[in-house]
Design a protein around this ligand. Structure first.
Ligand code: GDP
Length: 368
């Protein structure tokens, strides 16, 4: 419904059809800056195809539709889109790197979206621009998604300062993670100060997200079974902070106890980020209490690394590792896609299993 109380017909509204049936609902946007933030006037050309320069100009002017279009090109497997994405990324790279990148994980139901909505709104009110991206491994397996299907973060998505993008739903986890990395670059070029990357704490996706963010936060809840709640110990080891959510109502004490317990566990673990002892905190994303303390911890962490000149070098290391992992993936793909290799491998596998050749010898033959 538009502000004047009317429904608008979409462009594809069939001629002569009942207007009410084809009406599109227009939701009101919120400008948390009280009007001081407004996207610059950007005249978007009225056609379907955009080149990378136009997309860059648009996203830098605060046009969220063109930012979304840029990300669509990044996510697309289509050749023309890939070309645009490549050139757009090259143009965006010099404008990127200025945001704080935070990874957020936790099992479904822990309250990640509620937390992100609450934190996102607080940050927008403080004047930050916030982008939310998702890495959802379920979308790569089933085509459905744990993170993207429900209507999420409705309030935040209406805020002019926020941008929310669900997980790309195709290809492998590696592919989804690659696209999210590239999307971070576009969000930063678009001037977002904070990029929140959300993932489900049930598998490999945490490793991928950990390697693309500065700070990694694990959202937990108190008293839902055993300590680690289906979260692998490895995920706890990657966290720079754990926040026990839903510390409200009858649950306040349990959340407090769980926080003490996590503090104890974290104290004994080797910190993921050298020189930073991970913290356990509690919050209620529903009531908004404690969420600010989590953000203060993120800022303290970044300030510490910056004062020690390590913030950028950690990011540089991440990029180098990323290049290597892409190289390995590319080499493997090249190896397996060659028919000659496949035939040779099949025959050597037989030889290895019936012990007619040593494994090292088979490897040497394959490498030749
Ligand atoms: P996600 O699957 O981790 O993204 O979890 P959601 O954000 O969708 O939250 C799952 C459920 O927990 C929803 O019904 C939320 O309303 C509820 N929830 C989230 N945060 C809180 C909180 O701080 N306190 C309480 N009491 N409920 C919460």
């Amino acid at each position: 419904m538009s502000e004047d109380g009317h429904c608008r017909s979409p462009e594809w509204h069939p001629k002569g059809a009942d207007k009410k049936v084809y009406a599109g609902e227009v939701v009101k946007v919120v400008d948390s800056s009280g009007g001081s933030f407004a996207p610059k006037r950007f005249k978007r050309p009225r056609r379907k195809g955009y080149d990378s320069q136009e997309i860059l100009a648009g996203l830098q002017a605060g046009d969220r539709t063109l930012l979304a279009r840029g990300i669509t090109c990044v996510e697309s497997e289509e050749r023309t889109h890939r070309e645009i994405a490549k050139s757009l990324l090259a143009l965006s790279l010099p404008h990127s790197g200025k945001s704080i990148r935070v990874g957020i994980t936790g099992v479904p139901g822990a309250g990640k979206s509620q937390f992100i909505e609450c934190l996102g709104k607080q940050l927008c009110e403080e004047g930050y621009r916030v982008a939310v991206l998702a890495v959802d491994p379920s979308s790569t397996v089933t085509g459905g998604s744990i993170l993207g299907d429900k209507t999420r973060m409705e309030d935040l998505s209406r805020d002019l300062r926020a941008f929310i993008r669900p997980s790309p739903s195709s290809c492998t986890l590696g592919g989804v993670a690659a696209k999210t990395r590239e999307s971070i670059v576009l969000c930063e070029a678009a001037g977002y100060d904070v990029v929140l990357v959300e993932t489900v704490g049930v598998g490999q996706s945490e490793v991928a997200v950990r390697s693309m963010v500065d700070f990694f936060l694990l959202v937990q809840i108190a008293g839902a079974g055993d300590d680690l709640q289906g979260i692998k110990k490895g995920v706890v080891e990657m966290a720079d902070a754990i926040v026990v959510n839903k510390a409200d109502g009858d649950n306040v004490n349990r959340a407090r106890l769980a926080t003490v317990e996590y503090s104890r566990v974290l104290h004994y673990l080797h910190p993921f980020t050298e020189g930073w002892t991970p913290r356990a905190l509690s919050c209620s994303a529903l009531e908004g209490t404690g969420v600010g303390d989590v953000w203060d911890t993120v800022v303290e962490f970044c300030d510490k690394l910056k004062s020690e000149d390590r913030f950028d070098s950690i990011r540089a290391e991440q990029s180098v590792k990323w290049l290597r992992s892409l190289l390995e993936a590319r080499l493997l793909e090249a190896f397996y896609s060659d028919d000659k290799n496949a035939t040779k491998l099949a025959s050597l596998e037989k030889d290895v299993s019936n012990k007619s050749i040593a494994v090292v010898e088979a490897l040497d033959q394959l490498m030749e």
